[in-house]
Design a protein around this ligand. Structure first.
Ligand SMILES: NC(=O)c1ccc[n+]([C@@H]2O[C@H](COP(=O)([O-])OP(=O)(O)OC[C@H]3O[C@@H](n4cnc5c(N)ncnc54)[C@H](O)[C@@H]3O)[C@@H](O)[C@H]2O)c1
Length: 454
């Protein structure tokens, strides 16, 4: 099948590469010349485990190409996946400007391509698929935008993406489920055919109407965000009542109705999806006068979680009320990416925390296995980037753990203690046991568990 991916970000690039890997002829289009130049040099603009090898193999086989040329990308495509960003606007709504701009380009391309459907002599209509996460009703807007530019027939489909950054290749190749919202049996059967190689183990392809498919994505992300805020709220109570959230979690998650996934307390959710998707869902409710009170609380709990963590730092270094003066202090940070396995720092808790530390006068030294470049784009030279994780603790007055990368899980605390000016750890990911940290001679603050104060 000839496929065009619109947008070569985390979703478009991974999806396009995996679709080329099953033998399709894939063109990835972007409006960012730097990204396309990089990809044409054989370099990936994002960090995603396993992606480099797949890119190289499929590019070499001539099945995967990258371009800025819209006419060349859209003209011959049988299937067009819109994978552009849908960031929050100032009101928290999903900003559809990139999606609708792509729709206009697609309409123009269909109109100017040869043949009754823009596919030469073929009478098969192109399928335009919205893979970006969009509010219910967006496919209808995209359809109207395209139809305003061409009278040739085309199909619309919604195919929300569920891949997780850091495990994106595996998630796309072995999806729990594929959701297809379609407007015709022809589009449904062609797309089921496209996805058949990815569900050979029997995982379902759900074909449904387009609004339901659009809603599945928001409902899924809102549910996952709810689980995180739920356990963080319980963690807050645990701290005040002397319970240990890890024990509570174990006891609670043994109930099969609850399950043990996505119930880890920490710094709250970040990344490019949950924060914006929860806000977009709240806006969808507001637009039809149906307040989504639960989701509003999920969002608030998540915002508060970072503030509460900072309050621990302020309480340790300050006089007890308000932000502490951290002038002359050096604070180390382990982990910048919003989660392990990615260089994505969008809405990362580490960024909020580092900015707050700088505002309090601290010198910040940070380490991350892969997210330096993306971090530099936001934080510039306001912080120091450490080459190794132990460089961060050299002369540090405290260490903040912000991302649960594997390499931070069993560090040599003897060596760390010897390097630090003061043995103080604020662990936003509950990577260590309070009893072990006490034994190792640390002041230790984590989430939802006893503080080790010496
Ligand atoms: N990142 C994830 O883990 C993830 C997972 C599931 C769904 N999603 C959703 O997928 C969508 C894309 O997310 P992402 O993280 O890949 O975004 P991204 O910001 O990494 O990539 C978007 C790309 O689209 C390009 N673009 C913008 N306008 C364009 C146009 N008119 N023509 C061609 N290219 C254009 C941008 O230059 C950019 O490279 C969002 O709606 C997001 O919510 C993301």
């Amino acid at each position: 099948m000839r496929i065009t991916m619109v947008g070569t970000g985390y979703v478009g690039l991974v999806t396009g590469t995996c679709l080329s890997n099953t033998g399709n002829d894939v063109t990835c289009l972007d409006v960012d010349p730097a990204k396309i130049e990089k990809l044409n040099r054989g370099e990936s603009p994002i960090y995603e485990p396993g992606l480099d090898e797949l890119l190289e193999r499929n590019k070499a086989a001539g099945r995967l190409a990258f371009t800025l040329d819209k006419a060349a990308a859209y003209g011959p495509a049988e299937v067009i996946f819109i994978c552009v960003g849908t960031p929050s606007d100032e009101q928290g709504r999903a900003d559809l400007k990139y999606v609708l701009a792509a729709a206009r380009d697609i309409g123009d391309a269909i109109e100017s391509a040869e043949g009754p459907t823009g596919l030469g002599a073929s009478d098969k209509a192109k399928i335009v698929i919205v893979k970006s996460t969009v509010p219910v009703g967006t496919n209808a807007k995209v359809r109207a935008e395209i139809a305003s530019r061409t009278s040739k027939p085309f199909h619309m489909a919604s195919n929300p993406e569920f891949l997780k950054e850091g495990a994106a290749i595996n998630d796309f190749n072995k999806p729990d489920r594929v959701v297809l919202g379609v407007d015709s049996e022809d589009a449904g059967s062609r797309l089921r055919d496209l996805y058949a190689p990815f569900v050979r183990q029997g995982n379902p392809i759900f074909t449904m109407d387009i609004p339901s498919a659009e809603m599945v994505k928001y409902a899924s992300n809102a549910m996952l965000a709810t689980k995180i805020s739920f356990i963080n709220e319980i963690a807050g109570l645990c701290e005040l009542y002397g319970a240990d959230v890890d024990e509570v979690r174990r006891g609670m998650c043994a109930d099969a109705r609850i399950g043990n996934k996505f119930l880890y307390p920490g710094l709250g959710y970040g990344g490019s999806c949950f924060p914006k998707d929860v806000l977009a869902c709240i806006s969808m409710g507001d637009e039809v006068n149906r307040p989504t009170d639960l989701l509003a609380a999920v969002h608030k709990v998540n915002q508060d979680q970072r503030i509460r963590f900072l309050e621990k730092v302020d309480a340790h270094f300050g006089s007890g009320s308000g932000p502490a003066d951290l002038s002359g202090m050096r604070i180390g940070v382990w982990g910048i990416a919003f989660k392990p396995g990615t260089d994505d720092i969008r809405e990362a808790p580490s960024i909020t925390l580092m900015k707050a530390l700088l505002e309090r006068g601290a010198e910040v030294v940070a380490h991350d296995p892969v997210a330096f470049e993306t971090c530099r784009g936001v934080m510039g030279d306001s912080i120091t980037y450490a080459g190794g994780m132990l460089d961060v603790v050299e002369g540090a007055d405290a260490l903040l753990v912000c991302t649960d990368w594997d390499e931070y899980k069993h560090p040599d605390f003897g060596a760390i203690r010897a390097k630090m000016r003061a043995p103080v750890v604020f662990d936003g990911r509950n990577l260590y046991r309070p009893a072990s940290m006490r034994e190792a001679g640390f002041v230790y603050h984590s989430v939802g568990r006893e503080a080790v104060t010496g």
